[in-house]
Design a protein around this ligand. Structure first.
Ligand code: PLZ
Length: 459
């Protein structure tokens, strides 16, 4: 197979869609059958093709298929899968040492990652960063730190939020099935406010920000009591909840309400952060400066790494020994993260994310013009989505249509993911290393899937 490098590197994989079997093919189906006897049923897969290699804008599988990647492993391989600087640094580190435990013997790369995040994060004043292993651990630690710093117990979160699957972060997550069902009792002192979700706001988008802010103020002051609230936790663009972009100005109001009451603002940038939205952090677009900011996913370029970056006086409120973990800030993951920052810088990937956003939003808007099943096109940078509804003007969610369109895309060799509280959102998270031709080809496959599913033979 002729191998050419992707524009931003990655393994030297031919940047083409190539479907040589049905999807999944026989080898993947065999492995899936094996999986069923080994792995619990609770672990699902969006598309069970067993991966052989990935890079640039493609994923290749055990049957020799090459699929276009609009998922990035859920917003993780933002700089490209197996990106050269990530790989080179991780490999070199693997050969030096794999682990010491930072709590036992520290190493420099941990500091380099913290220094970079402290420099880049839109958190005001002097900053500190804690490294952990995952997004859930980052959120969980941010809440622990906020409680220690304020001496208050309560955390306020939003409808449609996703913050993880551990007991606390599952308790912070909004959607029951599949995340919470059967897993209670949940962690106490979690309160939920409505999200300023313009498309579904009862009185319409115009008053959405103002009314949602009023509902938050009421929850803080009357129901919980602001003096009991450690933090308000919010995703600047909701990820699993369906790429809900809060009504303009809402997040600034949230920040003000927090400041007036001595409540800490935690921005969960696990999905939006590290260049995904066309800025290093989505908070920058909103003009908000959280007290604490969580990252993971894109930070490690595919290796498990999470972080909490926060104001020094808040972060330092926890005494020595209060924070840590055996693997937290693993040296291989730290080197990978330094490679991620180099890739972003070297290839101008923030601008690339904006370019991808322009291209995709333009194509999705055009698709919406001919498909009333697309209720809304939204997102920012390389984080875009369409919300599907019944075409009768009622805005009733259409999750089956979303699943059918995703299925058609998969069969044609385009990996897309679904999301949303109602399961009716198709979301697009291509790696920033994807060539334009593959982006356009993916969008054509998507358009064809819409044509077939909405005006196909049975319509
Ligand atoms: N905060 C905003 O998006 C993870 C979840 C995949 P972890 N989102 C993908 C799944 O079904 O479990 C996420 C997120 C936001 C926190 C998390 C949690 O990050 O690294 O998966 O723990």
């Amino acid at each position: 197979m002729p191998a050419t490098p992707g524009p931003v590197g990655g393994p030297r994989l031919s940047q083409e869609r190539r479907i040589v079997t049905e999807i999944p093919g026989p080898r993947s189906r065999e492995l899936l059958a094996r999986q069923r006897g080994l792995v619990p049923a609770g672990v699902g897969s969006t598309l069970p093709i067993f991966v052989e290699s990935a890079g640039g804008g493609v994923i290749t599988d055990a049957d020799g298929n090459s699929l276009i990647d609009f998922g990035s492993g859920i917003a993780v391989t933002t700089v490209g899968n197996a990106a050269p600087r990530v790989v080179a640094r991780a490999v070199a580190q693997l050969e030096r040492f794999t682990h010491t435990c930072f709590l036992v013997n520290p190493y420099r790369s941990y500091l380099d990652v913290c220094e970079t995040l402290n420099r880049l994060a839109p958190v005001p004043g002097e900053k500190r960063t804690l490294l952990v292993n995952s997004g859930a651990e980052a959120v969980e630690n941010a809440v622990k730190i906020a409680r220690a710093a304020t001496g208050r117990p309560a955390v306020v979160v939003f409808d449609h939020a996703f913050h993880g699957r551990t007991l606390l972060t599952m308790s912070l997550t909004a959607k029951n099935r599949p995340y919470r069902q059967g897993f209670g009792p949940f962690a106490p002192e979690v309160y939920r406010a409505p999200m300023a979700y313009p498309y579904r706001w009862p009185s319409g988008p115009a008053r959405c920000a103002e009314e949602a802010a009023a509902a938050l103020a009421d929850l803080l002051d009357r129901q919980v009591g602001a003096e009991n609230v450690a933090a308000v936790l919010v995703e600047p663009i909701q990820g699993e909840g369906g790429f809900v972009v809060p009504a303009p100005g809402f997040l600034r109001r949230v920040a003000e309400l927090c400041r007036e009451r001595g409540i800490l603002l935690i921005a969960d940038e696990v999905q939006t952060g590290i260049g995904r939205t066309g800025r290093m952090f989505a908070c920058e677009d909103e003009g908000i400066e959280p007290d604490l900011l969580t990252t993971a996913k894109g930070l490690g370029g595919g290796l498990p790494l999470g972080a909490v970056t926060g104001r020094a006086e808040v972060m330092d409120a926890v005494p020595a020994g209060g924070l840590g973990g055996t693997y937290s800030g693993n040296p291989v993951a730290c080197e990978a993260a330094l490679g991620v920052f180099e890739e972003i810088e070297t290839h101008g990937l923030l601008a690339r994310a904006q370019e991808i956003g322009d291209l995709m939003l333009g194509a999705l808007d055009a698709l919406r013009a001919t498909h009333p099943e697309i209720g809304e096109v939204r997102g920012r940078g390389a984080m875009t989505a369409v919300e599907l509804v019944t075409p009768d003007g009622s805005r009733s969610p259409a999750p089956e249509l979303a699943a059918r369109i995703a299925g058609r895309c998969h069969a044609q060799g385009l990996l897309v993911l679904t999301a949303g509280s109602y399961g009716n959102v198709l979301r697009f998270l291509p790696p920033l290393s994807i060539p334009d031709e593959l982006l356009k080809e993916g969008l054509e496959i998507l358009a064809a899937a819409f044509a077939e599913e909405t005006t196909g033979p049975s319509a």
